[in-house]
Each structure stands twice: as C-alpha cells, then as structure tokens.
Write a protein that binds this ligand. Sequence first.
Ligand code: NAD
Length: 416
Amino acid sequence: MARYSSAWETAIEQLEEASKIAGLDPAVLALLKEPQRVFIVTFPVRMDDGSVKIFTGFRVHHCHALGPIRGGTRFHPEETLDDVKALALWMTVKNSLNGLPAGGGKGGVICNPASLSTAELERLCRAYIRAIAPLVGSWQDFPGADLGTDERTMSWMLDEWEQMHGLRHDPAAISGKALVLGGSEGRPSATGLGVMFSVRETCRVLGMEMKGLRVAVQGFGKVGSWAARLLFEQGAKIIAVSDVYGAIFRPEGLNPDEVFDHVRESGKVQGFSGAAAITNEELLELDCDVLIPAAVQSVLTEENASRVRARIVVEAANGPTTPEGEQILLSKGVFLVPDILANGGGAAIAHLERVQGLYDHYWTEEEVQKRYDIIFKQVYGQVYRIAREKEISMRMAAWVKALRRIEEAVKARGWV
Ligand code: NAD
C-alpha cells in the first residue's frame, strides 16, 4: 500500500522546494524548519457523570518574525502535534502572503466535540484557554476557530480569558467569537469567500465564465458550505457535495442553501431528495470544471490524482494534495490554486477582526468583504505573475512571495 506524506512532511517538502526557488538564506530556512515555540498542555475536565477526563492540547508558535501569532484551534479526535506544527507553518506563510503584520501559529485539542455534551464542551474550552492563557493576548497570540471549533467555542474562550484578567475586556485577544462580543461581520463566510474569489480570479486568468461552471465540493462544513453557496450565487452549478459520511451528486446542480437546511435537520448531506448517493472518493473523480477539497488533508494523492477530471482544483482545506498527487495533477494540466492562497480568507478577516477590536470600532459586512477583496485581488495577481515569470506552480509562486517577506523580517530583526 502506498504511504502518504504526513501534513508535516508535506509542509517541509513545500518549504524546502520554495526556498530553493526563492534563494532563501540557509539560516532562515533552518529557522523555519522548526516551530519557535511548542506548548503541550494536559488539563482535567469534569464530565457530566462526575468523572474527570484528562485532555491533551497544543499551541504551536511557528514563527513570530512578522508580528503577533495568529492561527486557528482544532478540536479533532485524531489531532497530532505534527499536524498542528504543519498548520502553524502554513499560517506563517499564509499571513506573510497576505501582507499581514502577523506570525503563524495553530492550536488543537485531541477530543471528539460531537461526543461531548454542551456543558462538557464549554468546560473543555474554558480549561484549554486557561492552560494556554499566558501565551494569549492581542499583542501576543490571537487564537481563532478551525476544524471542530466555532463562534460558540471561541466566545467561551474569550469570556474565560477576560475573566482571568480581572476587569479587562479585550475583543482582540480571541478571534471567531460572537458578533455581540466584538466579532467581525463576514467572519463566518470568510474562508468560503476567499475560495469563491479564487475561482473568480482563476476564471478571469483562464478566460472562463463563472456562470454554469460545474463545481464539486468535498466537505460541507463551515468552509465548503459557504464556498458552495457563494459560488451558487455567482451562477456556478454545484453538482456534488459531501461530508464525512458520504457524498451526493446531481449533474443538473444542487441548491446549496437547501442542502444546508437538509444537513441542519438530518446531520448529513446524504438523503437529500433528488440527488444520487456517491462516495467521497467518487466525488473527487467526477467530471467537473472545479474541484474544491474542503475537508481534510492528503485526499488527492498519487493513488487517485490521475483520475481527477477537474480542470481547476481550489484547495479550500489545508494540505489536501500530497506532493506526489500535485505532480500528477500539474502534469495533466490541472490549474491548482494552493491552500495558502485559496483559504486565506479566514486569516485575512481574522486580521480585520483584530483591527476592529483594537480600534473598538466595527465595520459592516460589505466594508469587511470589500477590504478583503482588495487584499485578495492584489495577492492573487502577484502570485500569478510570479508563477508566469518563473514558470513555476501557483503553490511555489505563493510560497516564494511569502518566504521573501518572512526573510526580510527575520533579517531586519537581526536573527540571522
Ligand atoms: P468543519 O468541521 O466545519 O467541516 C469539515 C467538513 O468536512 C464536514 O462536512 C465534515 O463532515 C467533512 N469531513 C470531515 N472528515 C472528512 C473526510 N475524511 N472525508 C470527507 N469529508 C470529511 O471544518 P471547516 O472549518 O470547514 O474546515 C475544513 C478545512 O478547511 C480544514 O482542512 C481546515 O483546516 C481548513 N480551513 C478552515 C478555515 C476556517 O476558517 N474554518 C480556514 C482555513 C482553512
């Protein structure tokens, strides 16, 4: 059986390849090959039956040369330190790529949020943020939501952190919280919006129309469902969507708003009326224009990449394509928009959320989305130009642009 690269191995391979193209100083490369700080915390949580369970969590600060750490928090039963390290490295690169004054980090807890009651989940969130509290703060580390966490979990974390700090209110300490606590308009759809922008800009450079574009989306969670809904609004035809239980396919197109309502009622996409049930593997190989992996890492591999029929792959998930899988896709002429560019909407709007929190002045959804659109168009254009000039992939072009800025900051600090 083929052995797939872990997320950390994939991230290091991408870093090494891009640093060669960018001519990165070897000392900077050596610095970026390990996180600057790794925190492993264990903490007790009281269960509803009175027993106590010990949980393990992580917070990794990959590189803080460009500014305070930013990055999401994942609650997942198979969370590993290696995954969190890889995701932290990708955050360093993503924040740099978007021109943000921010370093990269990531957090996670090994847990299955679906198996916890609301009260247990709240106690776990509060215990986790207490365990990592010395790291957290608007000018130190600004944890946000990611896989398995949401507005509710981040609101509990903000409340706990503020309660620990006496009379202090600091909405810029935690991102992804409720609007009423200082969250940002447009935050829930932020990453999906970036995915839609990625498809829009790619259509522009390839001379394709958004209208009628056949799109398949793996993962119908926060990112995938928003991407599907925003693309549908632009006239795209969403022919398939999936979740962890399986996929649904309708060649004439699905209405993602109706699928969303169905998922809210039934808990899964399958069973949606008028759509055929297929597997997640089949979804990845559908005849479509755009394939959007928006679930987990390492799903496009040397095993299945040759069977992908999409013209464009937009990586909404982090690390969905292994390096071996990417080679195959590129050799087939697939246009691949890499994760650090395609899913940077969360990072960019988290930045705008922090700015609003620091100013204590809040913008409308339209203002937030306009600001992100300006950032995105500029970054996409620069990455595309580097890719064309150097005849390299969009992923390498994005990495090269990001690494140059990190190197400048590392050198300006006199670290190397
Ligand atoms: P989520 O938990 O809201 O949704 C995940 C979706 O993927 C769900 O539909 C789930 O059922 C499905 N899924 C889980 N395991 C699967 C599997 N093995 N096969 C197929 N489907 C599976 O998570 P999310 O926030 O939408 O994040 C999705 C991806 O996007 C992750 O890789 C995450 O790291 C990345 N990402 C998220 C954000 C964000 O703002 N939430 C930002 C950047 C990147």
